[in-house]
Design a protein around this ligand. Sequence first.
Ligand SMILES: NC(=O)c1ccc[n+]([C@@H]2O[C@H](COP(=O)([O-])OP(=O)(O)OC[C@H]3O[C@@H](n4cnc5c(N)ncnc54)[C@H](O)[C@@H]3O)[C@@H](O)[C@H]2O)c1
Length: 386
Amino acid sequence: MEKVRYGIIGIGKMGSLHCLRFKYKLIKNGTLTAVCDISPERRQWAEKNLPGVTFFEDYKELMESGLVDAVLIATPHYLHPEMGKAALARGLHTLIEKPAGVFTSAVRELNEAAKEKKGLVYGIMYNQRTNKLYRLAKTLIESGRLGEIKRINWIITDWYRPQAYYDQGGWRGTWVGEGGGALINQCPHQLDLFQWLGGMPSKVIGYAKVGVKRNINVENDVTAYFEYPNGATGVFITSTHDFPGTNRLEIDADKGKLVIENNKLTFTELEVGETQFNATNTKFMPKIPVKKKLVKRITKLGELSQFVTSQHTAILRNFTDAILYGKPLIAPGEEGINGLTISNAIHLSSWTGQPVTLPIDEKLFEEELAKRIEEEKEFNKKKVQL
Ligand SMILES: NC(=O)c1ccc[n+]([C@@H]2O[C@H](COP(=O)([O-])OP(=O)(O)OC[C@H]3O[C@@H](n4cnc5c(N)ncnc54)[C@H](O)[C@@H]3O)[C@@H](O)[C@H]2O)c1
């Protein structure tokens, strides 16, 4: 195979941008041969903008057309596991958009299906893993330069969504359409990076407040506390009603502290690890000498350069190279379940008012989610009557 032939399923906001990446030949070894959407409006868009690309209304027909070697699934989240399994069953390399799904049992089934298809590449669009600052943080952690992590905190409140966002209708901001609010729509990248850098917690306590300052029935204000197997702790705060918002990741470790904020990473490396310092120190309120302050910035690109060199393009190129040359994936599909597990655990803890230990009780999660989907029908009726 010289070029990977791609089919994109779901050509809405995100899927159509992925189409344009192929149209403008940003994916050197990939070509777009087919697209699929159930919307007549998206069909018209494809006919106008993607000449020579075959359009399907039924994703299974696309998968069985013989026109594609790989699919990129960019439909609403509930559909990712079902469509992913269908693609793998038909021998297609499969890249799913984030989040991997809405509940972990469906994603586990997808992972198991992928495990059985050893020759197929299975990835997830965790494009923020290509961000140079998060990659540097990962290298610093894995090289041991940070030492053992003691605390990981992320405040990510810089996605302001007014009532108009929620009133646009469709699947967004609903239990039935996407399985929640900020956690499942806005935060999957951060929850993935949270575990990519800090590992998986063993215990989660979450408060996912619904409808704060908005007439909505899903969470838009979340505070979660985590405990890790080594005794470390963590806090994750998100909201969609703060303005101006904050995006600050802070990792405190034995040998120093790493902060990423405003496109800048600062690593304050200690002369000697805190544990070692404490073992011999005799002063009451000392300061541990700093060995080095490492500062790395990334510049904000203009819109066009951002599209060309975007993180999504990087994931698509990497996925293509994994198919053609066996290159390791930046974001293997199997890892999609981790961030979703954290998201589900926060929801479950908030719903039950109890701490949740991992692995989560998947059955209970699905029962509680089903309750919220039912309650949503009443909420919508009342909203219409207002
Ligand atoms: N990686 C990222 O940075 C990023 C950014 C935005 C969205 N996303 C993800 O991409 C996915 C899509 O989001 P969006 O903003 O493009 O939504 P969207 O609603 O604009 O697009 C979804 C498209 O899927 C189509 N669709 C629905 N059911 C279908 C079916 N059964 N068969 C074929 N097509 C179907 C819809 O008609 C629509 O055109 C979501 O899971 C979202 O989380 C990822």
